[in-house]
Ligand binder design. Structure first.
Ligand code: AMP
Ligand code: ZN
Length: 115
């Protein structure tokens, strides 16, 4: 979509620090990291958020999630675990309306709501 930051990243209009790419997925470092390792994983297709995924695109969710596994396996600092977050919609804290998963790692997380 023309006005979407993550689509602009996908089309190379905005530069990022890419960590992984395949035909359907792109992953890059978050510009305001909330943990020692903070990676965003997006589908190349513009989908607004998890709640807007249509049945015909279910296969893409599997590819996105398995991409996370592939990415994490490259980082020794996430061997003991990591956190995956999807903020969905305004009340979910979503600020960029292009589906994305946050991978957070490189530290020990405790309770769900603790940093
Ligand atoms: P969310 O609040 O779940 O929508 O997350 C959006 C994330 O995108 C935030 O963590 C931002 O720091 C990150 N972000 C926004 N613009 C960029 C950018 N140009 N490059 C990398 N990360 C970005
Ligand atoms: Zn987009």
């Amino acid at each position: 979509m023309f006005n979407c930051i993550f689509c602009k990243i996908n089309f190379g209009i905005i530069q990022v620090n890419k960590v992984y790419e395949n035909k359907f997925v792109l992953a890059f470092k978050d510009k305001q990291p909330k943990a020692p390792i903070h990676i965003l994983v997006i589908p190349k297709k513009h989908i607004i958020n998890l709640n807007m995924v249509k049945k015909k695109d279910i296969w893409l969710l599997g590819i996105l999630q398995f991409s996370i596994v592939t990415i994490v396996n490259k980082y020794p600092d996430m061997r003991k675990g990591y956190r995956v977050i999807n903020n969905c919609g305004i009340n979910g804290g979503q600020t960029i309306f292009h589906l994305h998963y946050h991978i957070l790692g490189g530290k020990i997380f405790t309770g769900l709501m603790n940093n």
